[in-house]
Write a protein that binds this ligand. Sequence first.
Ligand SMILES: NC(=O)C1=CN([C@@H]2O[C@H](COP(=O)(O)OP(=O)(O)OC[C@H]3O[C@@H](n4cnc5c(N)ncnc54)[C@H](O)[C@@H]3O)[C@@H](O)[C@H]2O)C=CC1
Ligand SMILES: Nc1nc(O)c(N)c(N[C@@H]2O[C@H](COP(=O)(O)O)[C@@H](O)[C@H]2O)n1
Length: 255
Amino acid sequence: MATLIDGLLETHLTNYLPQNLQKNVDRPFVTLTYAQSLDSRIAAQPGERTAISHQETKTMTHYLRSKHDAILVGVGTVLADDPKLNCRYKKAFSFQSKASTIKPVIIDPKAKWKYLNSQLHQLVKSGEAEAPYIVIDQNTTLSDEETNCLKACGGNYIVLPLLGKSNVDQWNLILKALKDLDIKSVMIEGGARVINDLLKIQAREYKIIDSLVITIGPVFLGKDGVEVSPVSSLDLRFVRWWSGGRDSVLAALPN
Ligand SMILES: NC(=O)C1=CN([C@@H]2O[C@H](COP(=O)(O)OP(=O)(O)OC[C@H]3O[C@@H](n4cnc5c(N)ncnc54)[C@H](O)[C@@H]3O)[C@@H](O)[C@H]2O)C=CC1
Ligand SMILES: Nc1nc(O)c(N)c(N[C@@H]2O[C@H](COP(=O)(O)O)[C@@H](O)[C@H]2O)n1
């Protein structure tokens, strides 16, 4: 397995990483990456955590995390998955004294997620993850307990006028705010609303995704599964495929 995954990381992905592609001036470099079934679904049911990636493609995801400043997910994902959102790719930092870090960013306009009770909070306390930025709407009221806990850990809120805005305006605000916080590259992992919005913007409006890396697992999740699709057609260029012991990975630059 080590040989297979090394081939993917060193040979196939090099041309799709932030540091090897043109830098953006007004927003971070955006990599959209997720794991889908053969029928283009990322979860078996809405709000259900569903393992699609094999261990070797999970390793690839952590390699990608090691190459980005931030990892972004929507609140639906943290509520469903209670994810770790850290970087567990060992090779990337084996010659460094400090572990590779990545800043979690959670889009949670109405502050529904409780950081205090999350697995991420436990990992932050044990030094295994970074405290997150939580993107909230400017009219959302926060509890003192949550705010104090987040800030004491080194996290913070990013307060933006999100609600009532178009998707495009929301994403422009979010990405500009990240850039202002010196985040130069962001790996966006999901969930379905986030992926579908970005694919739709890319297909219909303008370039928002710089790099696309999709793991495809050999499973059908069926009609109850949560579908991801850009709605209208979207062409890809510089397409590269890698096949491992079980999954395949597509890396591409969207048009
Ligand atoms: N297979 C995979 O690679 C992945 C699968 N998932 C799965 O996806 C599912 C969660 O997907 P969803 O429920 O669609 O949740 P989501 O994670 O896309 O979050 C959606 C919510 O985030 C907020 N949001 C997102 N974009 C926003 C914007 N531009 N402006 C303002 N607010 C915004 C809204 O509150 C929205 O309701 C879970 O089952 C999870 O396991 C999640 C990530 C990756
Ligand atoms: N790459 C990948 N493969 C799958 O099969 C998945 N279900 C996901 N989900 C995403 O990964 C997050 C979990 O991350 P941690 O391992 O807990 O750090 C989850 O929240 C989804 O964003 N990804």
